[in-house]
Design a protein around this ligand. Structure first.
Ligand SMILES: [Zn+2]
Length: 297
């Protein structure tokens, strides 16, 4: 699992999808897998297995879970930018979690073999605080910092007010407009909400890192497979060839399943769905917030 990378990723993804997906939907998508699992994980007798395995709630960290969620959103709201955002966000979360020793089952249920590159140890068995200390004593903490730098270097523009006006709001005028009118939040407050996730991730990263160094006092061991002081949680003892074989079969079956779903019903849902109505540069945000308020800002 990651403590802040999932938050930082959102802005990097946003830079690439532009007007096609809602940022709020991407945010929801990247938080879905842990939303359904995190609160139970630490209370479980075998946290790593419960979080990522099968039987357990490991299916929340599979691509099919994102497809099901996105299809449901498309069916209910008809919004393409929401369905796409949730799908991309959830898939990004799945592939990010490949890095810890518990791994994920991306092609569940067609393969239940965990896929992992074992960059750091899944440490949920240590409880919430022990988990955080272990994560920020391993390459996990470095991984968070890497994503923060990636956002600053490559996706800095997404944090600007002009980007918020030109892309973020026009890609999702209904929800931002609703927050503006019903919650009576001025543009400045909505901009704070939008940028807030970055500060949340940054705060988490700094505070837990300091906690690990000065309170838990765990040794900082940013080497592959660390930290050495805790026991790893490998869910499978399969060799590399077996993992590659089963994962490949799972991938092919998943792709076939996806194609069948597309032909059977997702294509129909997509066609009756709509794109955000105001995607012309500059006009969208004025319609949502009103020209007068923007001119005053
Ligand atoms: Zn996760």
């Amino acid at each position: 699992m990651s403590w802040a990378a999932h938050e930082f990723e959102n802005y990097f993804i946003q830079r690439h999808v532009g007007l096609k997906a809602s940022f709020l939907a991407i945010m929801l998508g990247t938080s879905i897998p842990d939303l359904f699992t995190k609160s139970f994980v630490y209370a479980s007798a075998d946290p790593a297995y419960f979080h990522r395995g099968w039987p357990g709630v490991g299916f929340t960290h599979s691509l099919i879970f994102g497809v099901a969620f996105a299809a449901l959103i498309l069916a209910v709201t008809r919004s393409r930018s929401w369905a796409l955002g949730v799908l991309i966000g959830q898939w990004a979360h799945v592939f990010t979690d490949v890095a810890d020793t518990a791994g994920v089952m991306p092609f569940f249920p067609f393969s239940t073999e965990p896929l992992t590159i074992s960059m750091w140890k899944h440490a949920a068995a240590e409880g919430r605080y022990g988990d955080a200390a272990a994560y920020y004593s391993s390459l996990g903490g470095v991984w968070d910092l890497f994503w923060f730098v990636v956002v600053l270097v490559f996706a800095r523009n997404t944090l600007k007010r002009s980007y918020f006006r030109d892309v973020i709001v026009p890609a999702d005028p209904r929800v931002w407009g609703w927050m503006h009118r019903t919650l009576r939040l001025p543009e400045q407050a909505l901009l704070l909400v939008y940028r807030g996730l970055l500060f949340y991730g940054l705060g988490r990263m700094i505070v837990w890192f300091l906690y690990a160094r000065f309170d838990a006092r765990t040794p900082f061991q940013p080497a592959w497979g660390g930290p050495a002081y805790i026991q790893g949680n490998d869910l499978s003892d399969a060799g590399a060839l077996e993992v590659i074989g089963r994962t490949s079969i799972g991938a092919v079956l998943f792709a076939a399943f996806l194609w069948i779903c597309w032909r059977l019903f997702i294509r129909r849902l997509w066609r009756r769905g709509y794109d955000p109505p105001m995607t012309a540069r500059g006009t969208g945000v004025r319609a949502v917030f009103g020209a007068r308020q923007l001119d005053a800002a």
